[in-house]
Design a protein around this ligand. Sequence first.
Ligand code: NAG
Ligand code: NAG
Ligand code: NAG
Ligand code: NAG
Ligand code: NAG
Ligand code: NAG
Ligand code: NAG
Ligand code: NAG
Ligand code: NAG
Ligand code: CA
Ligand code: CA
Ligand code: CA
Length: 593
Amino acid sequence: MIWLLLAVCLQYGVESQVIAPIAANYPTRVPGTCGSTTFFDCGGGNCINFTSVRDCIVDCADGSDELCGQGLSICDVGLPGAEGCGNCYNPLTAIIENTCKDRRWQNLCPRAGTYKCATTLNCVFQDWVLDGTNECADWSDENPCIENRANRCSANALCTFTAATQVTDCTCNVGFSGDGVTCTAISTASGGTTTTATTTTTTPTTTSTSTTTTTPTTTPITTATSITTATTGTATSTSTTTTTTTTTTSTSTPPNTGACPEFACVRGGCVSDTQVLDGKVDCPNDSSDEDYCTTQLVTCPDQCAYSVSTHRFACGCDDQLTVRNASGYCIPSTYLPFDCADIIGINSNAVNGVERLYNPLCMTPSRAICQFYAYCDQSTLQGGWTMLLRKSNDTFNFSRSYSEYKTGFGNQSQDYYIGNDVIHRISSMQPYELAVAGRFAASKQAVAVRYKNFSIGTEASGYALRIGAIKDSFGTTADELLKFNGSAFSARDQGPLTSCATAKEGGWWWSAACSAVGALTVPLIADPIDANVKGIFWGGQNLSAVTLLIRPADYIPPPGKPLDPIGSSACSIYSGLSIIINAAAIVLLFARV
Ligand SMILES: *[C@@H]1O[C@H](CO)[C@@H](O)[C@H](O)[C@H]1NC(C)=O
Ligand SMILES: *[C@@H]1O[C@H](CO)[C@@H](O)[C@H](O)[C@H]1NC(C)=O
Ligand SMILES: *[C@@H]1O[C@H](CO)[C@@H](O)[C@H](O)[C@H]1NC(C)=O
Ligand SMILES: *[C@@H]1O[C@H](CO)[C@@H](O)[C@H](O)[C@H]1NC(C)=O
Ligand SMILES: *[C@@H]1O[C@H](CO)[C@@H](O)[C@H](O)[C@H]1NC(C)=O
Ligand SMILES: *[C@@H]1O[C@H](CO)[C@@H](O)[C@H](O)[C@H]1NC(C)=O
Ligand SMILES: *[C@@H]1O[C@H](CO)[C@@H](O)[C@H](O)[C@H]1NC(C)=O
Ligand SMILES: *[C@@H]1O[C@H](CO)[C@@H](O)[C@H](O)[C@H]1NC(C)=O
Ligand SMILES: *[C@@H]1O[C@H](CO)[C@@H](O)[C@H](O)[C@H]1NC(C)=O
Ligand SMILES: [Ca+2]
Ligand SMILES: [Ca+2]
Ligand SMILES: [Ca+2]
């Protein structure tokens, strides 16, 4: 069930969600008084060709032909190059990956230490600043002039950065001369002429391998029906304009008829937002302010939630940046967990187990498709580990299709693979370290190897694996992952080396030699005839259980987090195993780091 939803999420994530104008989104204008759906009614008897709607040129006197349709919001209006036109999207369904660059990283803003972009809604991690990729969308993260990031211009110079050319100019202030990097005061006694020299620097742009940034300039796809709403924002606006929406989209939710300023009870009567789900029945003729989710919107018991901006219950929260609390009320999501380290950040006492995590690119995180689940190891090496893979025995088959590896499979409380799209998304957010933790079959000794860096690329890059050097290890010094560095992912039915994945019975970042040594998805039990054909090997030994864990490279455990969770720590990464492993051994390893 969970995985089905995730699959849907990821599929949405890669689509453009820019909505082209369709007549149905302009019910009061098309046909209006014009009498034909090929015309748009500007009002006052003025009709324009519908092809002129949202074409970035104001045709109606009031600019109404450039508004997004009902229920749609506008974004990206103020971006360099957008010419004030922007994109229309449905805030209730969009995952803002490639649609709205001005807000795709808005969900990072509640995080400590992120940089608030100058003119867009985005916030970026510190190490995205001056990294050559324009995540802010207004170039403010790449602007060397802001806070004199590049220390380029003299204190007596004016720094200017031109986004279009990515050129930085340093021009000495009046009364100073020099090249802009060095400016010396012009002696007034000398009476010399004031020359203004300029130093020009071009910021090199590197192409990030881990992000896709294609701007969808055109195109329809979604046929947005429905909705009642007021839209604002015109084509000529130069600032970013957000449209407020009130929606009655879902077939499973009734419209708020407008008879009530806030919540409309099912059998008549109005109550305020604060009376909804407060534990006390307030509706005069029914108890729908309290039991709406169990009596009316029964189709989505786990997602059913009340939003204050729309004054209605829906399957998920309507309000952006809100999240459903345990009562079903949508509350501001000041800090959504995107990985297991975030879980510790929210609750320093969090324990090992399956956790719900969020896609930071979602506008309405409470939607089920914006969520995914992972096993969190909160004890090993002071916790914060997101488990990508657990293979505890061979009862669960890892010979899966490319699409299964893409979206993930298995059960987070047992054996599972979290999915390549999730791994890419998480690991491209900030630097991560990787731990391979397992157990040797013969000695039953717990072993672990920690790598300094870990990320995988976009699907277009083949989810190319990138790992750094070993950081530390216990029980084995072998580096069996290095040979896969740079490889693309192959499953039995798709990828550059499907033959390896088929023969060795697992999807992996196969390299040409098809060596299964260090490939952690192949069957654990070695082939007795040719041990290298199958069986997870590490340093010449069979592994009988293995997990793959990641954690932010700059993870800071909460104060007092025990380093030595004897009896629970290392065991946690094998939870679900029936075999007792040597927990103290791994604890020792990490204690020495
Ligand atoms: C509307 O514009 C299109 C494209 O310019 C044109 O082909 C079409 O004939 C116009 N329709 C009307 C009714 O003017
Ligand atoms: C409650 O129900 C009664 C009887 O049907 C009706 O007369 C009354 O108007 C209802 N109250 C409200 C607030 O709608
Ligand atoms: C959910 O939020 C509502 C509104 O703030 C509050 O009344 C309710 O107690 C919250 N429920 C829980 C379980 O925190
Ligand atoms: C695993 O699944 C694949 C594909 O369905 C199948 O060919 C293979 O026999 C299965 N392996 C086991 C051990 O069941
Ligand atoms: C995963 O396994 C646990 C424990 O057996 C079970 O309670 C849960 O329902 C399973 N989840 C899914 C999605 O199958
Ligand atoms: C790899 O990780 C190390 C240690 O965390 C860090 O100093 C280094 O910058 C990282 N390298 C890359 C390319 O991310
Ligand atoms: C892995 O490959 C990347 C380039 O793709 C390189 O920067 C990195 O140093 C390599 N890792 C190791 C441990 O050699
Ligand atoms: C790996 O395990 C198998 C049995 O599972 C055993 O036959 C084989 O000898 C082991 N190989 C090594 C190198 O330990
Ligand atoms: C295999 O692992 C699963 C999940 O960890 C566990 O439920 C099952 O009992 C194990 N089977 C065997 C044969 O050990
Ligand atoms: Ca127009
Ligand atoms: Ca950047
Ligand atoms: Ca109430």
